[in-house]
Design a protein around this ligand. Structure first.
Ligand code: ZN
Length: 243
């Protein structure tokens, strides 16, 4: 079974559509949350995800922020502005969809969270931040997002040491027996690793591989929609920097 693993779409329709086209035909989709926030097409992105994987989508902190489940103090002023704007345009259907999203999902031999296994809003950016999640990981593999950085962590069974690994476009992680993995596919709608291209992963459950895709999309169009919507221009500019 082939899974497309999507995360942190953030209302960027151009990036989402280009990513789905690049992923090609898959058996199932998994979305790690943050469908909305920052970008100018929250409804269009929700509509797509709602059709692709209504039961296999997590709640992200921006999704929770739009719903008023997370205090605005959690967000920087740009994000806060985008959340309020998103709330003003979100359809009833998409509001209900976001309300329905869980904090944790499980499949055969894997699980998924938005931030970490300790807390859905916690960031994993280092081996010491990953370790408490490995302690709670009872299956060989967990997907997570939230940081907008494509990378992975691994731990040998019976060992405490956690190692952090960069993950570049086209590179496949070969899931080995006796090891546990925490894998972040990066962000579709707002990558922050200085590479502006949309980031997503393809998980082949039979071959035991996870491959990273980086996808070019119509950046100028996504930016121009942000300007036209009256969202902070910084949110458009940062897309080009990949930060
Ligand atoms: Zn995010």
């Amino acid at each position: 079974m082939k899974w497309a693993v999507l995360s942190d779409i953030h209302g960027n329709l151009e990036a989402l559509e280009a990513t789905l086209a690049a992923l090609g035909e898959v058996d199932a989709y998994l979305c790690l949350g943050d469908i909305v926030g920052y970008g100018a097409n929250p409804n269009e992105c929700c509509d797509i995800v709602r059709k692709l994987c209504p039961e296999m989508t997590l709640m992200g902190n921006h999704d929770a922020g739009v719903l008023g489940r997370l205090s605005p103090h959690w967000f920087n002023p740009y994000a806060r502005f985008a959340l309020e704007w998103t709330r003003s345009v979100l359809t009833r259907e998409n509001w209900d969809f976001l309300q329905s999203l869980p904090h944790r999902l499980e499949g055969e031999g894997w699980m998924a969270v938005h931030g970490s296994l300790v807390d859905p809003w916690e960031y994993i950016t280092s081996p010491w931040e990953a370790r408490p999640s490995f302690e709670r990981l009872t299956v060989p593999l967990a997907f997570f997002g939230h940081t907008h950085l494509a990378e992975y962590y691994l731990q040998e069974e019976g060992h405490l040491l956690v190692t952090q690994h960069p993950w570049s476009a086209g590179e496949s992680i070969l899931l080995a027996a006796g090891r546990k993995y925490l894998v972040n596919p990066g962000s579709i709608g707002q990558p922050r690793d200085r590479d502006w291209r949309a980031s997503a992963a393809l998980f082949d459950a039979e071959a035991r591989t996870i491959t990273l895709l980086r996808v070019e999309y119509n950046l100028a169009e996504a930016q121009s929609k942000i300007f036209k919507a009256g969202l902070p221009p910084f949110l458009a500019e940062r897309l080009a920097w990949g930060y």
